[in-house]
Design a protein around this ligand. Structure first.
Ligand code: HEC
Length: 104
């Protein structure tokens, strides 16, 4: 019954109230490893075709919550569920590809 992707409306509303923009989360939490000039982690900001969004987003969200090899995991206290969903959507759409002000 309880699954990781179930978000109760009240919880979602609370999350959204304090949610940071995807570009801000990316800059604060991901960029210092994933930015091309850091190259600790692979590039993750390239746009994906629409048909691949669902699986790429699920992969991002799983990677962030559980970590992957040298990449640490991040708990909801660090990135809320709402922020993670918005982040994975923005990443899949390629919105953070040139992350200097969130240009599309
Ligand atoms: C401490 C450095 C570090 C931070 C911070 C970090 N990552 Fe990573 N990430 C890595 C490394 C290293 C890998 C490669 C892991 C491996 O060897 O498979 C990786 C892999 C990934 C992958 C898999 C990419 C692929 O092509 O398979 C995704 C997706 C990802 N990270 C997303 C994120 C997101 C989103 C954030 C911010 C919320 C983040 N990472 C923060 C280091 C980091």
């Amino acid at each position: 019954m309880l699954s990781g992707i179930l978000v109760l409306p009240t919880q979602a509303a609370a999350d959204e109230a304090a949610a940071r923009e995807p570009a801000e989360v990316y800059r604060q939490v991901c960029a210092h490893c994933h930015a091309p000039d850091k190259a600790v982690g692979p590039e993750i900001t390239m746009a994906f075709p629409e048909a691949a969004h669902e699986s790429w987003r699920a992969y991002i969200e799983t990677t962030v919550r559980h970590g992957r090899a040298a990449m640490p995991s991040f708990r909801p206290a660090k990135i809320s569920d709402a922020e993670l969903k918005a982040l994975s959507a923005a990443l899949a759409r390629g919105e953070l590809a040139e992350d200097d002000g969130g240009e599309e």
